[in-house]
Design a protein around this ligand. Sequence first.
Ligand SMILES: Cc1cc2nc3c(=O)[nH]c(=O)nc-3n(C[C@H](O)[C@H](O)[C@H](O)COP(=O)(O)OP(=O)(O)OC[C@H]3O[C@@H](n4cnc5c(N)ncnc54)[C@H](O)[C@@H]3O)c2cc1C
Length: 393
Amino acid sequence: MGSRTPLPDANARSHPEIREAVAKLCARFPGPYWQALDRSRSYPLEFVSALTEAGWLSILIPEEYGGAGLDLSAACAVLEEIHRSGANGAACHAQMYTMGVILRHGSPAQKAKYLPEIAKGALRLQAFAVTEPDSGTDTTRITTFARREGDRYIVHGQKIWISRAEHSDLMLLLCRTTAREEAARPTEGLSVLIVDLRDAVGNGLTIRPVRTMLNHATTELFFDGLEVPAANLIGEAGKGFPYILDGMNAERILIAAECIGDGRFFVDRASAYAKEREVFGRPIGQNQGVQFPIARAHVGIEAADGMVARAAALFDAQLPCGSEANMAKLLASEASWAAADMCVQTHGGFGFAEEYDIERKFRETRLYQVAPISTNLILSHVATHVLGLPKSF
Ligand SMILES: Cc1cc2nc3c(=O)[nH]c(=O)nc-3n(C[C@H](O)[C@H](O)[C@H](O)COP(=O)(O)OP(=O)(O)OC[C@H]3O[C@@H](n4cnc5c(N)ncnc54)[C@H](O)[C@@H]3O)c2cc1C
């Protein structure tokens, strides 16, 4: 008999030290902390500061700029553990990956100016402004326009659903610098500007919070003659669309990891409750009608986790990963939602009680079938780009 390659340990998780340290930090921010913020729709400042101080939000920044220079799979482990603990990384996840646009497409001067400060936590780059009320997912139809005048751009337009704009120093803005009709192709004529929100607010930029069913610090933005230095243009004018697309792959994979964390939170909570809650003289989890949905949710999360790991590995190897990033986000967001529904059902009436955190997490995890890209748009990508079916739009 020849020697066999050992089978991977099914229970082994990547980056165990990272997971342990993040879980320890999150334990300082238990359910009541999140419940109080949720009630008042307030930003988790103390939690974000603790993550920043511990260096978790700068792990993707290369060491030469003061970050930890770790890969995306390490960042996935951080966000998964945050979500598994019952916390919500959405308040700060963009600080991890939005800088990737500057890192990959910024000038040496922009990298030197911003990346070390972002790595230190002295500058917050939490906001990424793409979506507009009239364009929806059809990004090439955005109309926010930056007109060049000498050494600055003058910006007019409107954005919607721009999260964390009130809790960020900088924002990446996708806008048109050539009208769609005048561009050679719809994807051309789009540019990315770094907006310094500290100067912009009240000087051509108005931020208005949008209250939503979850505590997400999202806003709408109104640009009325905002001046942005031309030195803040990333890369080439009119060529910004691909810059944001490759940032979106990282975003989708990391958000998929958050969904995996949510799913594990729901499975953990449901399993614990089903073991301890006794009805008809026995634990409810002894009934297969209760235990099978928990087991099914676990199976769904494990399967989705495999796709998240595959997408992250491709990203880290700098290989094309657009389809895998999309598929990972679709599978993980659907698996976490199924787990959320199962967890409410397992808890009966207590699934609706604020103090159990289930209803809050249920609302929070629902977002990810819509943002940052909705399920239908992912299916459309897979149908046309992977399977070669005719385009419907
Ligand atoms: C809480 C929250 C935070 C957000 N944060 C940010 C942010 O920080 N920055 C940012 O830029 N954006 C942000 N977004 C916006 C988010 O990315 C969009 O809401 C999302 O991409 C969907 O776009 P839309 O809302 O315009 O939906 P639409 O494009 O109007 O689509 C509506 C529905 O129709 C479906 N649909 C549309 N066209 C088709 C088609 N051809 N075939 C089949 N189905 C179709 C979609 O799948 C969707 O279900 C956020 C949104 C929310 C709710």
